[in-house]
Design a binder for this molecule. Sequence first.
Ligand SMILES: NC(=O)C1=CN([C@@H]2O[C@H](COP(=O)(O)OP(=O)(O)OC[C@H]3O[C@@H](n4cnc5c(N)ncnc54)[C@H](O)[C@@H]3O)[C@@H](O)[C@H]2O)C=CC1
Ligand SMILES: Nc1nc(O)c(N)c(N[C@@H]2O[C@H](COP(=O)(O)O)[C@@H](O)[C@H]2O)n1
Length: 220
Amino acid sequence: MRVVVNAAMSADGKISSRERTQIAISGPEDFDRVDELRAASDAVMVGVGTVLADDPSLTLDSEQRRTDRVGNGDPSNPARVIADSRIRTPPDATILDDAAPTYLLVSEAAPTDFMEEMEDAGATVIAAGDDRVDLPSAFEQLEADGIDQLMVEGGGELIFSLFAADLVDECSVFVGPKIIGGRDAPTLADGDGFTEDFPALSLKAVERLDEGVLLQWDVP
Ligand SMILES: NC(=O)C1=CN([C@@H]2O[C@H](COP(=O)(O)OP(=O)(O)OC[C@H]3O[C@@H](n4cnc5c(N)ncnc54)[C@H](O)[C@@H]3O)[C@@H](O)[C@H]2O)C=CC1
Ligand SMILES: Nc1nc(O)c(N)c(N[C@@H]2O[C@H](COP(=O)(O)O)[C@@H](O)[C@H]2O)n1
């Protein structure tokens, strides 16, 4: 499975403010590129922190792209995937609507009644890992379900874990024209952070978009 991380950060490296509310860092050109990348993916993933902060839909904005996907024999929207070890996703979250299938990756510590509630809400629940989602194992199960390209939109906790598990193939970051600041504001990769063996990136492309810059790296 190819794993593509995509996010937008401020000029000072923040993906949101310390209040962890959704901030439009991308401009229209970058949001359109994100829509195109979603359309080219089999599934779009976020962590539950992003679900709680943003209540995202992760569906396509472009009707034409939905039509093109159906013409190619794909569902109109890519599937949605949430990393949610103990099931904090609210049952009325937008990501559980019927616009696309949704996978909930949970740990064995997730309460059984919550798992049933999520299945009743239409999600496919995949349990992997004791206390926290074991991402390599969960991804194997997603791949077995036909997900060959997975786009990951964030947030910082999930993206760090993906780099730590050596699961990222490509990383695209739009750097937008804002300063957000704040020592507690989330960044592209939070978690515990690396102190050695820092993942190395290979620069693939640099492009001016909106009033910012799109940076694209391969992760060898
Ligand atoms: N500017 C941008 O492009 C984006 C910004 N955001 C922002 O990021 C913030 C949310 O980010 P975070 O708080 O870091 O939450 P997150 O979205 O990374 O979710 C982290 C949560 O996922 C769950 N999880 C399960 N298994 C995990 C694993 N193996 N590794 C890591 N997490 C695992 C845990 O409950 C953990 O607390 C929000 O403020 C949101 O607005 C989110 C996506 C994109
Ligand atoms: N690429 C990008 N640029 C920004 O400026 C952003 N704030 C985000 N946020 C991500 O987009 C999700 C919202 O998706 P929907 O519009 O609800 O489909 C949000 O949850 C973040 O993952 N991304």
